[in-house]
Design a protein around this ligand. Structure first.
Ligand code: TRP
Length: 336
């Protein structure tokens, strides 16, 4: 492959749950379209999932399902590097090194760590604590320029930058200092049951999964919370009408219509008309993805060829960075 001057983009999602509409509209949907402009690396952050106890069979299945869904969402494996984090052992190795350049105080301040401690009080393990150093390794191994992530990962990206700068200051230019690439507020999908919190797999009633059956999606939208203001009209107003605004956001994202067009379309209609219409639009948008992902999942050989090639491509870059790091910190060069 010849040298390219494209900027590098990298992101990952933990295969600890099924991909949902929030992952899709806020992230994965846009990833596929960026391949012309950037060199893109997308991976299943399977090592990260081990910080919380997983069912081994389910983890294995979800990792492959996530890969199939990435592809079905338009991430072309010919144009993007798709891989499983655990297949590129440099992640774990650089993760260890970076642990030694990340401060206890910094890790203690991570809000995700504090949240997860509260949720998993019986399993506050070392991996949960040092998770951000592994994430920094994921990013820094590829000399990444941009990291597309949700708002909740901004703090981890900031820490990654601090680690990179710290390391570079000690040993000279080694890592590219990456930037978080956070989508505009519009792409943020909130829970259907509680529009003040982000759509999340931990709240399944407010969450629509990519592979969910149409009738279940329809039911969830019919039951979506709307606002108890006096006017029951479809109008975008995040502050006073967060429920309706969230549904408008979703409808706009899947149909490409502007808020103005949507307000006009549903002028005079109550929520009873609007909610099922959003449900139908989502069902139609997800149908081809579900069908394609199902087809791909039945083609295990193909999936295997994708993640094999992805890991091979990723390793070439990762190895280069890790070698540089080992040398800089003073490890004796491996003779084979
Ligand atoms: N921590 C991210 C999350 O929970 C997942 C992740 C792991 C990631 N490594 C990454 C995202 C590297 C971007 C880049 O959502």
């Amino acid at each position: 492959m010849e040298e390219t001057k494209k900027k590098i983009m990298l992101s990952g999602i933990q295969p600890s749950g099924d991909l949902h509409l929030g992952n899709y509209l806020g992230a994965v949907k846009n990833w596929g379209a960026r391949a012309e402009e950037f060199d893109c690396y997308y991976f299943m952050a399977d090592l990260h999932t081990l910080t919380v106890r997983q069912d081994p069979k389910l983890l294995r299945r979800r990792s492959l399902e996530q890969l199939a869904q990435y592809i079905a969402c338009g991430i072309d494996p010919e144009k993007n590097v798709l891989f499983l984090q655990s297949h590129v052992h440099e992640h774990a190795e650089l993760g260890w090194i970076l642990n030694c350049y990340t401060m206890f105080g910094e890790l203690s301040r991570m809000t995700q760590f504090k949240d997860k401690c509260a949720k998993n009080a019986d399993n506050i393990n070392g991996g949960l604590f040092t998770y951000p150093s592994l994430m920094a390794a994921d990013i820094l191994l590829y000399q990444t320029d941009y990291v597309p992530v949700g708002e909740d990962q901004r703090q981890h990206c900031e820490l990654t930058r601090n680690i990179a700068v710290r390391f570079n200051n000690i040993y000279g230019e080694t890592f590219k200092v990456p930037e978080a690439y956070v989508p505009k507020a519009g792409a943020r999908v909130m829970s259907l049951g509680n529009p003040s919190s982000k759509m999340s797999k931990s709240d399944p009633n407010g969450c629509v999964f990519l592979m969910e059956k149409p009738e279940d999606i329809a039911r969830k939208f019919k039951r979506a919370i709307t606002d108890s203001d006096t006017e029951s009209c479809v109008r975008f107003d995040m502050e006073n009408k967060p429920g309706v605004s969230n549904l408008m956001n979703i409808y706009s994202a899947v149909t490409g219509k502007s808020f103005e067009e949507i307000e006009k379309e549903f002028d005079g209609c109550g929520y009873g008309v609007f909610k099922p219409a959003v449900g139908d639009a989502v069902i139609e948008a997800l149908r081809p993805i579900r069908e394609e992902a199902t087809r791909l999942l039945n083609d295990k050989e193909y999936l295997r060829s994708v993640y094999t090639e992805g890991a091979q491509k990723a390793s070439v870059i990762a190895r280069k960075t890790l070698r540089k790091v080992y040398k800089k910190v003073g490890l004796v060069e491996k003779p084979f």
